[in-house]
Design a protein around this ligand. Structure first.
Ligand code: HEM
Length: 399
């Protein structure tokens, strides 16, 4: 018989009033996470007005990501996103999650995506660069906030003439926590716009993601129109702001220490490693909120009450010195292929990670080629902030 594991009270995280509201710019956030990690793999903090259990040690977090019984992933999404996004595999568990994920994710790897990856991504980056105001400006406004939306629109097969309107609806829809009424209106606009397009693609499939979503089956089961619409909304909620932040973090970390930028100009072979290192040092999904199981569970020697907020601190685990030597140091030659947690390991592993990495690489190559003199005009204003999604609020650049 196994000896019972001693259950202890978790240490309190250092003072942050409520992580859902905190911004913790730049290094403040990483110092705070390091402080939490030193107090134990689980620390007590506050999130959205409630007590929350923050998991910031690498091995504890990697285990928690794979532990669906204790940390069922769907519940947190049901509370936040499902009412506006609709039913998707994100709010399903186990077999149902697997089935719907198989139905909906081949769309990310369809011929349209493959074609987009090789031909379209660089052309789109150049198209946006050509519209930059001369001399300098907020690159977040002119580029990084637009590019990932346009990539998704083009993959979906939205006609170019309506791309700008569609982008407005999609980004309005994403503001569902700060402006729910406007978000609901934008969701209706997206639906009104897409329904006739769905009917067209159902009868005449094209090589685009909408057609792939409509025509993929698993054992004879297809997605309904409403399910296709929800999964299109999911592409924006999961794939747009994350990539916007990833692009911003990439530029901030490379330009705030310009020798890094210069090194990548001279040594293109380091670019792939630089992208991985930026994803580790400033993970766009910095803390992922989960809700623990309906019964109290014990984890890492701590008793967690039923239905508690558990905060998966990806940004903390990605700098755990037990796994990463000199964890705060940028090293584009570091091998993180088995240890990076930015895309979440386990059954929820980000199905868009190849597309995200591809976008980062294409934008990096294009900028190093077209705007090699790029520099930060205001380092402090561009510091990444946010605790759940994290990126620079603005990117004042000179070019
Ligand atoms: C750098 C950019 C990105 C980051 C950091 C990121 C991160 C993540 C993480 C951490 C998860 C796991 C969530 C969980 O465990 O609950 C996830 C899931 C997901 N991601 Fe991404 N993602 C990125 C880009 C994308 C893109 C471009 C797409 C699609 C176009 C996408 C689609 C999804 C979807 C659909 C899920 C849900 C998977 C599931 O529930 O089975 N992501 N992502």
């Amino acid at each position: 018989m196994q000896a019972p594991v001693a259950v202890q009270a978790p240490a309190a995280a250092p003072g942050v009033e409520d992580l859902a509201q905190a911004t913790l710019p730049g290094a403040t956030f990483h110092r705070w996470l390091a402080d939490c990690r030193q107090r134990g793999p689980l620390t007590l903090t506050r999130y959205a007005g409630q007590t929350a259990y923050l998991i910031s040690g690498h091995s504890a977090l990697a285990a928690a990501f794979r532990d669906n019984p204790r940390f069922p992933p769907a519940e947190a999404y049901r509370r936040t996103i499902e009412p506006v996004q609709g039913l998707t595999f994100q709010t399903m568990e186990d077999d149902e999650h697997r089935l719907y994920r198989r139905l909906a994710t081949p769309a990310f790897r369809s011929t349209a995506v493959a074609r987009m990856e090789v031909e379209g991504l660089a052309a789109l980056a150049r198209e946006l660069l050509a519209q930059l105001p001369p001399g300098g400006g907020d690159f977040a406004h002119h580029f990084s906030h637009r590019y990932p939306f346009m990539v998704i629109s083009r993959m979906l097969g939205i006609p170019l003439a309506r791309e700008e309107a569609f982008r407005g609806w999609a980004s309005g829809f994403l503001a569902f926590t700060s402006d729910p009424q406007h978000a609901a209106q934008c969701a209706r606009d997206i639906t009104d716009y897409l329904l006739p397009l769905l009917a067209e693609r159902r009868s005449q499939p094209q090589e685009d993601v909408i057609s792939a979503l409509l025509h993929t089956d698993v054992d004879g089961q297809y997605l309904t129109d409403e399910e296709v619409l929800s999964h299109i909304r999911l592409l924006f909620t999961a794939g747009a702001s994350t990539t916007v932040d990833a692009l911003g973090n990439l530029l901030y970390l490379l330009l705030s220490q310009r020798e890094r930028w210069q090194q990548l100009r001279e040594q293109p072979a380091l670019r792939a490693g630089a992208i991985e290192e930026v994803l580790r040092l400033e993970s766009p999904v910095a803390i992922l909120p989960r809700v623990s199981a309906e019964q109290a569970v014990s984890f890492a020697g701590v008793e967690i009450p039923a239905g508690s907020f558990c905060l998966f601190a990806i940004a903390g685990a990605n700098r755990d010195p037990a796994v990463f030597a000199s964890p705060d140091h940028y090293d584009p030659t570091r091998d993180t292929s088995r240890t990076l947690l930015s895309f979440g390991p386990g059954p929820r592993l980000c199905p868009g990670m190849h597309l995200a990495r591809r976008q980062l690489r294409v934008v990096l190559d294009t900028l190093l080629q077209e705007l090699p003199q790029l520099s930060l005009a205001n380092e402090e204003a561009a510091r990444p902030c946010g605790t759940v999604l994290r990126g620079p609020p603005v990117l004042p650049l000179r070019y």
